[in-house]
Design a protein around this ligand. Structure first.
Ligand SMILES: C[S@@+](CC[C@H](N)C(=O)[O-])C[C@H]1O[C@@H](n2cnc3c(N)ncnc32)[C@H](O)[C@@H]1O
Length: 366
């Protein structure tokens, strides 16, 4: 799998951008996809207006001039996160009036003039920011990872060494520290400030209460090219900036996950996955079930690095690979939760999920 154009990418098909010389169609495609799914009217408007600007060589075109934007890198989300960061930091008051995340109530239809002024005012800072990769750390994806850990516990009954590549701030490494309410049961940590209510329909076909009681994460660690530190105010702001400003429930979820991280931080090493994995895997105890997990990371990794990651994992056939990534094989365009228990074994689909986790529908048989 070395040709990036053959890979399933998220960001509303941003990988299909291979032959395009302009960014405008990528922004438009993403806006259309959001509009179809009735999400984020503010971002639909901003992406469409930015696309018009790009097509006519305006301020956004100048912002991206000379910036590398390979297929799948979703430059539209880089721009929108940078603008949201300014809003959250109180540095773009005119724009803030349109952002529900800071109490703005102005209709999105009129957002572009204030955006253009903001881009001009903060041009140099924004130019640096749009060159940074997207680092959304979505704790909603824990509701995808956690049932997979229950499934593996029911199957193997061994302590898990959980290793995440592309972990951002590591908020999904604490999946078992969130609460999951399923019928009369509360799984995970019942006292957690982050709670998922009936997250699975259908749920994984295992005895959930016994699997949750038996789940033991003996060690957890992650790596990222540039980890964000959930205890640093500036990194918290960056994490919030990747959440769409009119999706307030996601903002609450992120804040709750940050408070969990503050109590018991998980280390995310600053390293490329191919370099970090060998030591992280080889330090496992004899009984440990080593699980390497990634979510919405694949599209941001270049072909050479991905081949190096594959080589590390193929050389360690005892490692279980678990991932939540976009896939092309689902008519609803949902993410696929995949499991591969051995390099020679077929990858199986455990579940389908939304971009940010919910809704999650389990597919694999017992
Ligand atoms: C979109 S974020 C997803 C973060 C997290 N997995 C989640 O789902 O919330 C992708 C992350 O992968 C990281 N990344 C990209 N290439 C990497 C590599 N070769 N090694 C480690 N991390 C990488 C990026 O820095 C970024 O933080």
């Amino acid at each position: 799998m070395s040709d990036p154009s053959q890979l399933p990418y998220g960001g509303a098909g941003d990988s299909e951008a291979g032959g395009e010389t302009s960014l405008a169609p990528r922004f438009r495609r993403h806006a259309d996809s959001l509009a179809r799914s009735h999400r984020s009217p503010l971002y639909v408007r901003l992406m469409r207006a930015a696309a018009d600007d790009l097509a006519t060589g305006g301020v956004v075109a100048k912002l991206f001039d000379g910036v590398a934007t390979p297929p799948g890198s979703v430059p539209q989300l880089r721009l929108l996160a940078a603008l949201h960061h300014l809003v959250l930091a109180g540095e773009a008051p005119a724009l803030a009036a349109f952002y529900p995340s800071v109490g703005g109530t102005q209709p999105p239809e009129e957002v572009w003039p204030a955006t253009r002024v903001t881009v001009l005012e903060h041009f140099d800072w924004l130019r640096g920011r749009v060159a940074r990769t997207v680092q959304t750390n979505e704790p909603g994806r824990s509701a995808v990872l956690y049932p997979a850990l229950l499934w593996l516990t029911a199957r193997h009954g061994r302590p898990i060494r959980l290793l995440e590549i592309g972990a951002s701030a590591g908020l999904n490494l604490q999946a078992d520290r969130y609460a999951y309410r399923v019928g009369p049961l509360t799984l995970g940590d019942p006292a957690s400030p982050l709670e998922f209510v009936e997250p699975w329909a259908p749920p994984p076909p295992v005895d959930l209460a016994s699997a949750a009681a038996a789940l033991h994460i003996a060690a957890r660690a992650g790596c990222d090219l540039a980890p964000l530190d959930p205890s640093r105010p500036d990194d918290q702001l960056t994490l919030l900036s990747y959440i769409w400003p009119d999706e307030l429930d996601r903002i609450d979820r992120l804040r709750a996950a940050l408070s969990v991280a503050a109590r018991d931080p998980v280390r995310v090493a600053p390293a490329p996955a191919s370099e970090w994995l060998p030591t992280a895997i080889d330090a496992a105890g004899e009984r440990d079930l080593v699980v390497v997990w990634h979510s919405v990371m694949r599209q941001y990794v270049d072909a050479e690095e991905w081949a190096a990651i594959e080589a590390v994992l193929c050389a360690r056939p005892h490692v279980i690979r678990l991932s939540m990534e976009p896939s092309r094989d689902d008519p609803l365009g949902r993410q696929r939760l995949s499991l591969q228990e051995h390099p020679d074994a077929a990858e199986i689909t455990l579940a389908r999920a939304g971009d940010h986790g919910l809704p999650i529908s389990w597919e694999a048989a017992p």
